[in-house]
Design a protein around this ligand. Structure first.
Ligand SMILES: Nc1ncnc2c1ncn2[C@@H]1O[C@H](COP(=O)(O)OP(=O)(O)OP(=O)(O)O)[C@@H](O)[C@H]1O
Length: 279
């Protein structure tokens, strides 16, 4: 069950957000974007290419600040990069000269809050990294270098690196897009397991509507640029979801509905005010 923060507010709130790149005369990536995310919820964001999904992730991480409106995470207005965020992208970007274990530990060396604790309690943190590697099926691979692992295994390691500092918010920007369909589906299950075991709040950007429905509690559909939320679909299927579930008529019906919502998004100018809420 998702929960509101102790004050009864959602974990993340974006209100009337606008984002221009290159000054107010530059590219308007987002406009009038409003969205809330509950603590522990797994939200997928889908929409036409270039609609501002990655921009939304940057604003929620504090990497960029909106040019209008605001972003509140865990009760605080975001005005700088957040330390409570873990991130993974399409490319695993592991450092080639560091072992898998040392790559996973990297955020602890970078985050100021963790650096001194890491020095004092190294064995504890190594055990934590190994536990995460086990959780994603990479137990025993900690001493390998990235090039000794397949792309899917590297992406598993990158997921561990995103989780090592126990982020309250996990931002995943097309994390499985570069993988073949079998590996991708394996990693859906890995991510679902990690999320069920640790329950971070997750924002998942994806172009893969089956992935969105398999993983998310709720799928948010964005309009084409300037991006804003035009539809939200609750995913009602019980967990843990399994690969077989993706063949059910209900699953495919929802995938189809999302596809149609994106078609609407692509033609948003014909329907500028329409915000649809569907369960
Ligand atoms: N750093 C930047 N400087 C200028 N314009 C940018 C920058 N980053 C993104 N944009 C523009 O903002 C708009 C939204 O980009 P963004 O990458 O957020 O979209 P997206 O939905 O993630 O795209 P895709 O689905 O293709 O990955 C695009 O028109 C893009 O060209």
């Amino acid at each position: 069950m998702n929960s509101l923060s102790p004050e009864g507010r959602p974990f993340a709130e974006l209100y009337d957000v606008a984002m221009h790149y290159g000054g107010l005369d530059g590219t308007l990536a987002l406009e009038n974007l409003n969205m809330t995310v509950n603590r522990g919820e797994l939200v997928a964001v889908v929409g036409p290419s270039g609609c501002g999904k990655s921009t939304l992730m940057r604003l929620m991480s504090g990497l960029w600040l909106p040019t209008d409106g605001g972003v509140i995470i865990d009760g605080k207005e975001v005005d700088q990069p957040l330390s409570i965020v873990g991130m993974a992208f399409q490319n695993p970007t592991l450092l080639p000269w560091r072992t898998i274990l040392d790559n996973v530990m990297l955020p602890l060396e970078v985050a100021t809050g963790h650096r001194s604790r890491l020095r004092a309690h190294k064995a504890e943190y190594v055990a934590k990294a190994q536990e995460l590697l086990e959780l994603v099926g990479l137990g025993g691979f900690g001493a390998k270098l990235p090039h000794q692992l397949s792309g899917g295994m590297q992406q598993r390691a990158s997921l561990c690196r995103a989780l090592i500092h126990e982020p309250a918010l996990l931002m995943l920007d097309e994390p499985f897009a570069a993988l073949d369909i079998f590996t991708r589906e394996d990693l859906w299950s890995v991510l679902q397991n990690v999320w069920m075991a640790r329950r971070p709040t997750v924002m998942l950007v994806t172009h893969d509507l089956r992935e969105a429905v398999y993983l998310a509690d709720r799928v948010v559909v964005m309009s084409s640029r300037p991006g804003r939320v035009i539809a939200e679909h609750i995913v009602p299927f019980p967990r843990p979801r399994r690969r077989e579930d993706t063949f059910s008529p209900e699953f495919n019906g929802l995938v189809h509905e999302l596809r149609e919502a994106i078609e609407v998004a692509r033609g948003q100018h014909e329907n500028p005010e329409g915000v649809e809420h569907a369960a």
